[in-house]
Design a protein around this ligand. Sequence first.
Ligand code: AMP
Ligand code: MN
Ligand code: MN
Ligand code: MN
Length: 298
Amino acid sequence: MMSTTDFTNDKDFSNLRVDLHSHTNCSDGALTPQELIERAVNFQIDVLAITDHDTVSGLVSAKQTILEKNIPLTLIDGIEISTQWQGFEIHIVGLNIAPEHQALTTLILQQQQRREDRATAMGVKLAKCGFDDVYTDAKAMAGEGSITRAHFARVLLQRGVVSKMQAAFDKYIGKGQRAYVNPNWCSIEDAVAAIHAAGGVAVMAHPIRYDLSTKWLRRLIVDFKAAQGDGLEVVLPQMNKEQRKLMLSFCLEYNLHASMGSDFHQPSRWSDLGRNLVMPEQANAIWQLWQGQATPKN
Ligand code: AMP
Ligand code: MN
Ligand code: MN
Ligand code: MN
């Protein structure tokens, strides 16, 4: 059993329950960092990365909860950075980062401004669709946290404009829809560089969710590799065998490490923390890249 105060992350995770992608209400997750930690304990997770959208603000209170309650959980400091590539929004997860690092902090501030600008513009477009003050409500819902399209989708759901969150994306705020606003995210290179500067490793989040053909996915992975990316998420909850095989083959072909995570946002029937996450035997696990290494100071 690992010690509760062990944040050096140098344990071998191979036989542990590991989830390297999760959200709190510091971005578009439903649970507070404290509640997420408690849920992780209930689900017998040994290693959890909190990876909120363009923010690290949940990490301190998560760590505090672990220390105060003497919880046997290794927390990996993480983030999920939105980037743009060829007109697509590609998410890059940073793991084992030093959250206060200057280069990362600078990028986070820029991304927060971009989120704010996009949210305001989405509010204007939604008003033209006949829905007033959606930005105001979404902003209130996001509070101090990162504002995301998920907040807009929840507002539209609460108002009864749509019957499911997905429909808000399909009808209004998804790519190409009436209230979609082109984002101004950083490049993949910028995200990877900031993550590396902060001593972390850079993982392409959910490669199967970008709606790319295999040919385009390969192009994306080639560019990610050229940008010094370290790994791909090869194990996600809703992935079929063929997709897993393809991701694993990309990892092996491009010498990328493999990561796995639930992308937990809220308790649901379809997925939960740590569920169905098993690292394939052939893969080089992403944690090999930081185990035994000290996290750099600012
Ligand atoms: P944003 O980062 O502001 O673009 O918000 C995107 C977030 O909305 C994602 O992280 C998901 O949590 C959520 N989401 C839910 N359904 C969709 C969808 N169909 N397309 C994109 N994002 C979605
Ligand atoms: Mn999200
Ligand atoms: Mn994502
Ligand atoms: Mn995510």
